[in-house]
Design a protein around this ligand. Structure first.
Ligand code: CDV
Length: 358
Protein backbone atom coordinates (compact mmCIF):
# COMPACT_ATOMS: atom_id res chain seq x y z
CA UNK A 1 0.00 0.00 0.00
CA UNK A 2 1.52 3.35 -1.08
CA UNK A 3 1.39 6.20 1.45
CA UNK A 4 -0.33 9.38 0.29
CA UNK A 5 1.85 12.15 -1.12
CA UNK A 6 -0.49 15.11 -0.88
CA UNK A 7 0.07 18.64 -2.15
CA UNK A 8 -2.26 21.50 -2.97
CA UNK A 9 -1.14 23.10 -6.23
CA UNK A 10 -2.37 25.89 -8.50
CA UNK A 11 -2.19 27.28 -12.00
CA UNK A 12 -2.16 31.08 -11.75
CA UNK A 13 -3.70 32.00 -15.09
CA UNK A 14 -3.00 35.58 -16.19
CA UNK A 15 -5.38 37.68 -18.26
CA UNK A 16 -4.00 39.69 -21.17
CA UNK A 17 -0.85 41.81 -20.76
CA UNK A 18 -0.63 44.60 -23.35
CA UNK A 19 2.54 45.88 -25.02
CA UNK A 20 2.50 49.00 -22.84
CA UNK A 21 1.60 47.26 -19.55
CA UNK A 22 4.30 47.97 -16.98
CA UNK A 23 6.21 45.01 -15.44
CA UNK A 24 5.31 46.36 -12.02
CA UNK A 25 1.59 46.08 -12.85
CA UNK A 26 2.02 42.47 -13.97
CA UNK A 27 4.02 41.60 -10.87
CA UNK A 28 1.32 43.15 -8.67
CA UNK A 29 -1.22 40.87 -10.35
CA UNK A 30 1.03 37.87 -9.76
CA UNK A 31 1.46 38.84 -6.11
CA UNK A 32 -2.30 39.12 -5.75
CA UNK A 33 -2.70 35.55 -7.07
CA UNK A 34 0.01 34.39 -4.65
CA UNK A 35 -1.96 35.97 -1.79
CA UNK A 36 -5.08 34.06 -2.89
CA UNK A 37 -3.01 30.87 -3.04
CA UNK A 38 -1.84 31.37 0.53
CA UNK A 39 -5.46 31.59 1.74
CA UNK A 40 -6.11 28.18 0.15
CA UNK A 41 -2.97 26.51 1.58
CA UNK A 42 -1.45 26.11 -1.87
CA UNK A 43 2.19 24.92 -1.82
CA UNK A 44 3.11 25.37 -5.49
CA UNK A 45 1.93 28.03 -7.96
CA UNK A 46 2.65 27.84 -11.70
CA UNK A 47 2.39 30.96 -13.89
CA UNK A 48 2.28 31.09 -17.74
CA UNK A 49 5.00 31.22 -20.40
CA UNK A 50 6.52 34.74 -20.74
CA UNK A 51 4.48 35.69 -17.69
CA UNK A 52 6.06 39.10 -17.12
CA UNK A 53 5.27 40.67 -20.48
CA UNK A 54 2.96 40.54 -23.43
CA UNK A 55 3.63 37.63 -25.82
CA UNK A 56 6.08 39.85 -27.74
CA UNK A 57 6.95 37.28 -30.50
CA UNK A 58 3.70 38.30 -32.21
CA UNK A 59 5.40 41.62 -33.03
CA UNK A 60 8.19 42.51 -35.44
CA UNK A 61 10.62 44.29 -33.11
CA UNK A 62 14.08 44.97 -34.48
CA UNK A 63 15.57 47.74 -32.37
CA UNK A 64 17.95 45.98 -29.90
CA UNK A 65 17.14 48.46 -27.13
CA UNK A 66 13.43 47.76 -27.59
CA UNK A 67 14.00 43.98 -27.67
CA UNK A 68 16.05 44.17 -24.47
CA UNK A 69 12.97 45.45 -22.59
CA UNK A 70 11.40 41.98 -22.83
CA UNK A 71 14.31 40.03 -21.36
CA UNK A 72 15.79 39.42 -17.90
CA UNK A 73 19.58 39.19 -17.71
CA UNK A 74 21.62 36.27 -16.39
CA UNK A 75 25.09 35.01 -17.07
CA UNK A 76 27.74 32.38 -16.42
CA UNK A 77 28.92 34.58 -13.57
CA UNK A 78 25.45 35.13 -12.13
CA UNK A 79 23.18 32.29 -13.31
CA UNK A 80 20.51 33.13 -10.74
CA UNK A 81 20.41 36.86 -11.41
CA UNK A 82 16.63 36.55 -11.56
CA UNK A 83 16.59 36.31 -7.75
CA UNK A 84 18.05 39.78 -7.30
CA UNK A 85 16.72 41.38 -10.51
CA UNK A 86 14.79 44.55 -9.62
CA UNK A 87 11.73 43.34 -11.60
CA UNK A 88 11.41 39.85 -10.20
CA UNK A 89 13.04 40.01 -6.75
CA UNK A 90 9.75 40.88 -5.07
CA UNK A 91 8.10 37.75 -6.46
CA UNK A 92 10.71 35.50 -4.88
CA UNK A 93 10.64 37.44 -1.61
CA UNK A 94 6.86 37.10 -1.39
CA UNK A 95 6.96 33.42 -2.35
CA UNK A 96 9.50 32.83 0.39
CA UNK A 97 7.56 34.73 3.03
CA UNK A 98 4.34 32.85 2.11
CA UNK A 99 6.12 29.49 1.91
CA UNK A 100 4.89 28.85 -1.65
CA UNK A 101 7.09 27.43 -4.42
CA UNK A 102 6.68 29.28 -7.73
CA UNK A 103 7.41 28.54 -11.35
CA UNK A 104 7.04 31.06 -14.20
CA UNK A 105 8.16 31.74 -17.75
CA UNK A 106 10.26 34.71 -18.85
CA UNK A 107 12.54 35.90 -21.64
CA UNK A 108 16.13 35.17 -20.63
CA UNK A 109 19.16 36.97 -22.04
CA UNK A 110 22.18 34.89 -21.18
CA UNK A 111 25.80 36.10 -21.43
CA UNK A 112 28.44 33.38 -21.48
CA UNK A 113 31.94 33.81 -20.09
CA UNK A 114 33.19 35.11 -23.47
CA UNK A 115 30.48 37.79 -23.51
CA UNK A 116 28.38 36.05 -26.18
CA UNK A 117 24.66 36.69 -25.66
CA UNK A 118 21.89 34.16 -26.26
CA UNK A 119 18.15 34.59 -25.87
CA UNK A 120 15.90 31.87 -24.54
CA UNK A 121 12.24 31.33 -23.74
CA UNK A 122 12.80 30.11 -20.18
CA UNK A 123 10.92 28.77 -17.15
CA UNK A 124 12.22 28.81 -13.61
CA UNK A 125 11.41 26.79 -10.47
CA UNK A 126 11.92 28.43 -7.08
CA UNK A 127 11.77 26.57 -3.78
CA UNK A 128 10.41 28.82 -1.03
CA UNK A 129 11.74 26.82 1.93
CA UNK A 130 15.21 26.50 0.41
CA UNK A 131 15.13 30.12 -0.83
CA UNK A 132 16.77 29.06 -4.10
CA UNK A 133 16.16 28.41 -7.77
CA UNK A 134 16.13 24.62 -8.14
CA UNK A 135 15.78 24.29 -11.89
CA UNK A 136 15.69 26.14 -15.17
CA UNK A 137 14.13 24.96 -18.44
CA UNK A 138 14.71 26.56 -21.86
CA UNK A 139 12.00 25.92 -24.46
CA UNK A 140 13.12 23.33 -26.97
CA UNK A 141 10.31 23.30 -29.55
CA UNK A 142 10.10 26.86 -30.87
CA UNK A 143 7.15 27.37 -33.21
CA UNK A 144 6.70 29.90 -36.01
CA UNK A 145 9.12 31.52 -38.45
CA UNK A 146 12.60 33.02 -38.19
CA UNK A 147 11.70 35.76 -40.67
CA UNK A 148 8.53 37.84 -40.48
CA UNK A 149 5.89 36.83 -43.04
CA UNK A 150 4.91 40.51 -43.50
CA UNK A 151 1.65 39.83 -45.32
CA UNK A 152 -1.71 41.46 -44.65
CA UNK A 153 -4.01 39.25 -42.59
CA UNK A 154 -1.21 37.06 -41.29
CA UNK A 155 -0.59 36.90 -37.52
CA UNK A 156 3.18 36.68 -36.96
CA UNK A 157 4.71 34.03 -34.68
CA UNK A 158 8.39 34.97 -34.40
CA UNK A 159 9.77 32.82 -31.60
CA UNK A 160 12.49 31.49 -33.92
CA UNK A 161 13.57 35.10 -34.54
CA UNK A 162 13.70 36.12 -30.87
CA UNK A 163 15.00 32.92 -29.24
CA UNK A 164 17.53 30.16 -29.71
CA UNK A 165 16.41 26.56 -29.15
CA UNK A 166 16.75 25.59 -25.51
CA UNK A 167 20.06 23.93 -24.74
CA UNK A 168 19.29 22.28 -21.39
CA UNK A 169 17.19 19.35 -22.60
CA UNK A 170 14.45 17.86 -20.45
CA UNK A 171 16.11 17.52 -17.07
CA UNK A 172 13.76 16.35 -14.31
CA UNK A 173 14.47 17.51 -10.75
CA UNK A 174 13.40 16.61 -7.24
CA UNK A 175 11.73 19.22 -5.05
CA UNK A 176 12.21 18.99 -1.27
CA UNK A 177 9.66 20.15 1.32
CA UNK A 178 6.61 19.51 -0.88
CA UNK A 179 5.43 16.19 0.57
CA UNK A 180 5.73 14.73 4.05
CA UNK A 181 7.89 11.70 4.77
CA UNK A 182 9.92 11.67 1.54
CA UNK A 183 12.70 9.10 1.49
CA UNK A 184 16.23 10.55 1.23
CA UNK A 185 19.37 9.03 -0.29
CA UNK A 186 20.85 8.38 3.16
CA UNK A 187 17.76 6.37 4.22
CA UNK A 188 18.52 3.65 1.67
CA UNK A 189 19.42 0.24 2.95
CA UNK A 190 19.64 -3.19 1.34
CA UNK A 191 16.34 -4.36 2.84
CA UNK A 192 14.34 -1.78 0.95
CA UNK A 193 13.12 -3.27 -2.35
CA UNK A 194 12.55 -0.06 -4.32
CA UNK A 195 12.55 3.62 -3.58
CA UNK A 196 10.47 4.45 -6.67
CA UNK A 197 7.67 6.87 -5.86
CA UNK A 198 8.87 7.39 -2.28
CA UNK A 199 11.44 10.19 -2.55
CA UNK A 200 10.88 13.90 -2.93
CA UNK A 201 8.55 14.62 -5.88
CA UNK A 202 10.08 14.46 -9.36
CA UNK A 203 9.12 17.42 -11.55
CA UNK A 204 9.72 18.56 -15.12
CA UNK A 205 8.92 21.77 -17.03
CA UNK A 206 7.61 22.41 -20.56
CA UNK A 207 6.71 25.56 -22.44
CA UNK A 208 3.67 25.81 -24.67
CA UNK A 209 4.42 24.18 -28.06
CA UNK A 210 6.55 21.58 -26.20
CA UNK A 211 3.33 20.05 -24.87
CA UNK A 212 2.36 18.92 -28.36
CA UNK A 213 5.48 16.72 -28.66
CA UNK A 214 5.18 13.28 -27.01
CA UNK A 215 8.98 12.96 -27.07
CA UNK A 216 9.27 15.83 -24.57
CA UNK A 217 6.83 14.23 -22.11
CA UNK A 218 8.48 10.84 -22.52
CA UNK A 219 11.91 12.27 -21.62
CA UNK A 220 10.37 13.29 -18.29
CA UNK A 221 8.40 10.04 -17.96
CA UNK A 222 11.61 8.07 -18.28
CA UNK A 223 13.04 9.99 -15.32
CA UNK A 224 10.03 9.09 -13.18
CA UNK A 225 8.34 12.50 -13.38
CA UNK A 226 5.25 12.75 -11.18
CA UNK A 227 4.34 16.34 -12.00
CA UNK A 228 4.96 18.35 -15.18
CA UNK A 229 4.58 22.13 -15.11
CA UNK A 230 3.68 23.81 -18.37
CA UNK A 231 3.17 27.47 -19.24
CA UNK A 232 1.60 28.62 -22.52
CA UNK A 233 0.46 31.49 -24.75
CA UNK A 234 -1.71 29.79 -27.35
CA UNK A 235 -3.55 31.92 -29.83
CA UNK A 236 -7.21 31.15 -30.35
CA UNK A 237 -7.40 32.70 -33.80
CA UNK A 238 -5.15 33.61 -36.72
CA UNK A 239 -6.64 35.09 -39.90
CA UNK A 240 -4.47 32.87 -42.12
CA UNK A 241 -5.85 29.66 -40.57
CA UNK A 242 -9.02 27.92 -41.81
CA UNK A 243 -12.31 28.25 -39.95
CA UNK A 244 -14.34 30.94 -38.24
CA UNK A 245 -12.85 32.58 -35.12
CA UNK A 246 -15.19 30.50 -32.94
CA UNK A 247 -14.31 27.22 -34.67
CA UNK A 248 -10.57 28.01 -34.47
CA UNK A 249 -10.75 28.81 -30.77
CA UNK A 250 -12.66 25.59 -30.04
CA UNK A 251 -10.13 23.55 -32.00
CA UNK A 252 -7.17 25.26 -30.27
CA UNK A 253 -8.67 24.42 -26.85
CA UNK A 254 -9.37 20.85 -27.98
CA UNK A 255 -5.74 20.36 -29.10
CA UNK A 256 -4.43 21.94 -25.89
CA UNK A 257 -6.49 19.64 -23.68
CA UNK A 258 -5.73 16.63 -25.87
CA UNK A 259 -1.96 17.20 -25.63
CA UNK A 260 -1.92 17.78 -21.87
CA UNK A 261 -4.27 14.89 -21.12
CA UNK A 262 -2.36 12.47 -23.39
CA UNK A 263 1.04 13.55 -22.02
CA UNK A 264 -0.10 13.08 -18.43
CA UNK A 265 -1.80 9.74 -19.07
CA UNK A 266 0.96 8.20 -21.19
CA UNK A 267 3.61 9.13 -18.63
CA UNK A 268 1.47 8.48 -15.55
CA UNK A 269 2.02 11.95 -14.10
CA UNK A 270 0.03 14.97 -13.01
CA UNK A 271 0.42 18.18 -14.95
CA UNK A 272 -0.31 21.82 -14.19
CA UNK A 273 -0.90 23.70 -17.43
CA UNK A 274 -1.18 27.45 -17.08
CA UNK A 275 -1.99 29.97 -19.80
CA UNK A 276 -2.09 33.66 -20.51
CA UNK A 277 -5.61 34.39 -21.76
CA UNK A 278 -7.85 36.96 -23.43
CA UNK A 279 -7.27 39.69 -26.04
CA UNK A 280 -3.62 40.68 -25.91
CA UNK A 281 -2.46 43.37 -28.36
CA UNK A 282 -5.41 42.47 -30.59
CA UNK A 283 -4.62 38.73 -30.62
CA UNK A 284 -6.84 36.19 -28.84
CA UNK A 285 -5.15 33.76 -26.41
CA UNK A 286 -7.05 30.70 -25.23
CA UNK A 287 -7.71 30.27 -21.49
CA UNK A 288 -8.49 26.73 -20.25
CA UNK A 289 -5.69 26.47 -17.72
CA UNK A 290 -5.94 22.88 -16.49
CA UNK A 291 -4.65 20.51 -13.87
CA UNK A 292 -4.59 16.94 -15.18
CA UNK A 293 -4.37 13.65 -13.26
CA UNK A 294 -2.30 10.60 -14.30
CA UNK A 295 -5.57 9.06 -15.50
CA UNK A 296 -5.62 11.81 -18.16
CA UNK A 297 -8.70 13.38 -16.57
CA UNK A 298 -8.93 17.14 -16.05
CA UNK A 299 -9.43 17.75 -12.33
CA UNK A 300 -9.55 21.57 -12.37
CA UNK A 301 -9.97 24.14 -15.14
CA UNK A 302 -10.18 27.93 -15.35
CA UNK A 303 -13.60 29.45 -15.92
CA UNK A 304 -12.57 32.90 -17.14
CA UNK A 305 -10.08 34.56 -19.49
CA UNK A 306 -8.77 36.77 -16.68
CA UNK A 307 -6.35 36.45 -13.79
CA UNK A 308 -7.62 33.32 -12.04
CA UNK A 309 -6.24 30.80 -9.61
CA UNK A 310 -7.06 27.19 -10.53
CA UNK A 311 -6.51 24.98 -7.50
CA UNK A 312 -6.41 21.21 -6.91
CA UNK A 313 -5.31 18.98 -4.06
CA UNK A 314 -3.42 16.11 -5.61
CA UNK A 315 -1.94 12.86 -4.33
CA UNK A 316 1.25 12.02 -6.21
CA UNK A 317 0.91 8.42 -5.02
CA UNK A 318 -1.82 8.06 -7.66
CA UNK A 319 0.95 8.03 -10.29
CA UNK A 320 1.98 4.55 -9.13
CA UNK A 321 -1.09 2.80 -10.56
CA UNK A 322 -0.09 3.39 -14.20
CA UNK A 323 3.67 3.66 -13.54
CA UNK A 324 3.50 0.10 -12.23
CA UNK A 325 0.79 -1.02 -14.64
CA UNK A 326 0.10 -0.21 -18.26
CA UNK A 327 2.98 2.33 -18.43
CA UNK A 328 5.57 0.32 -16.55
CA UNK A 329 8.27 1.31 -19.04
CA UNK A 330 10.84 -1.20 -17.74
CA UNK A 331 8.45 -4.07 -18.43
CA UNK A 332 6.71 -2.98 -21.60
CA UNK A 333 8.86 -0.68 -23.77
CA UNK A 334 10.36 -2.37 -26.82
CA UNK A 335 13.20 -0.03 -27.68
CA UNK A 336 14.73 -2.11 -30.46
CA UNK A 337 11.82 -0.87 -32.58
CA UNK A 338 12.15 2.80 -31.66
CA UNK A 339 15.45 3.63 -33.45
CA UNK A 340 13.73 5.77 -36.08
CA UNK A 341 12.61 8.18 -33.35
CA UNK A 342 16.10 9.53 -32.85
CA UNK A 343 17.78 8.62 -36.16
CA UNK A 344 15.31 10.55 -38.28
CA UNK A 345 14.00 14.12 -37.98
CA UNK A 346 11.59 14.77 -40.87
CA UNK A 347 9.22 12.39 -42.57
CA UNK A 348 10.72 10.04 -45.16
CA UNK A 349 7.77 8.57 -46.99
CA UNK A 350 8.11 4.90 -47.83
CA UNK A 351 8.60 4.06 -51.58
CA UNK A 352 5.81 4.52 -54.11
CA UNK A 353 3.94 1.39 -55.23
CA UNK A 354 4.43 0.00 -58.76
CA UNK A 355 1.63 0.57 -61.29
CA UNK A 356 -0.67 -2.52 -61.53
CA UNK A 357 0.46 -5.09 -64.11
CA UNK A 358 4.03 -3.76 -64.53
N1 CDV B 1 3.79 30.01 -27.66
C1 CDV B 1 3.62 28.88 -28.39
O1 CDV B 1 4.43 27.96 -28.34
N2 CDV B 1 2.51 28.84 -29.16
C2 CDV B 1 2.21 27.70 -30.00
C3 CDV B 1 1.42 28.06 -31.22
C4 CDV B 1 2.16 28.99 -32.12
C5 CDV B 1 1.05 26.82 -32.02
C6 CDV B 1 1.43 26.65 -29.22
O2 CDV B 1 1.85 25.51 -29.27
O3 CDV B 1 0.42 26.94 -28.63
Amino acid sequence: MTSPRLITVAAAQLGAIQLNTLRTEVIDRMLNLLGQAKDLDVRLVVFPELALTTFFPRHIIQDPAEIAKYFEESSDENPNALLTNENTRVLFERAKSLGIDISFGYGERWSDKYGKQSHYNTMTYYSAKGGSILAKYRKVHLPGTKEPVRKPNVAEQLEKMFFENGDLGFQAFRVPHLVDGALKANDIDSTRPSTDGKGDPILGMLLCNDRRWPEAWRCYGLQGAELVLQGYNTRGYAPQNPGTPKAQEELAIFHHRLSCQAGSYQNACFSINCGKAGYEDGGLLIASSIIVAPSGKIIAESKTSDDELVVASIDLAECRFNKEGVFNFGKHRVVEHYGRLIEQVGVQEIPLLERDGQ
